[in-house]
Design a protein around this ligand. Structure first.
Ligand code: NI
Length: 165
């Protein structure tokens, strides 16, 4: 099982690289990421979260199937935005409302090397934007004002310390 890295690990802050070939290794990575996402009861997981600095993420929101996005590009975002609660498998136990575009279009390749375009709204649009951020070293906390971000990081640190005792 792939290990999910936590807040504080430098890999979460790095830029992920384009995947030049969608081969068996990448298909296996995608399958492993889906497995780790399901095990963590998450709805999305990005390469940097499993210490793979590659432009790949997976999603599985309720009512949808598991999806793989390789070398994704957000090609459209609605001007309409909405707040929605987010969490992250790399920052367990921390949740906050984040404002993001309500609807998006994304272009990517799947694990079989097929290109696709997807229009998404609601929770799927949300998770795609959240995971896409991970490929650029951005965490959902970065979208909050500084005061709220620092407060949540303190809560997280305290909880992590308590868990280690
Ligand atoms: Ni996340």
């Amino acid at each position: 099982m792939l290990t999910i890295v936590r807040l504080g690990d430098a890999v979460l802050r790095k830029q992920a690289s384009l995947i030049p070939d969608i081969d068996r290794t990448i298909a296996d990575l995608a399958a492993g990421m889906i497995e780790a996402m399901h095990a963590g009861r998450g709805i999305g997981l990005a390469g940097p979260q499993v210490a793979e600095l590659k432009r790949i993420f997976v999603t599985h929101v309720e009512g949808d199937r598991a999806r793989v996005f390789i070398n994704p590009q957000i090609i459209r975002t609605s001007t309409e935005q909405e707040p929605r609660e987010e969490g992250c498998l790399s920052i367990p136990g921390v949740y906050a409302d984040v404002v993001r575009p309500s609807e998006i279009s994304v272009q990517a390749w799947n694990e079989r090397g097929r290109p696709f375009t997807l229009d998404a709204d609601g929770i799927l649009a949300r998770v795609i934007l959240h995971e896409y951020d991970h490929l650029n070293g951005v965490l959902f906390l970065d979208h909050l004002d500084e005061k709220k971000r620092l407060r949540l990081v303190r809560v997280y640190d305290k909880r992590q310390k308590a868990a280690q005792v």
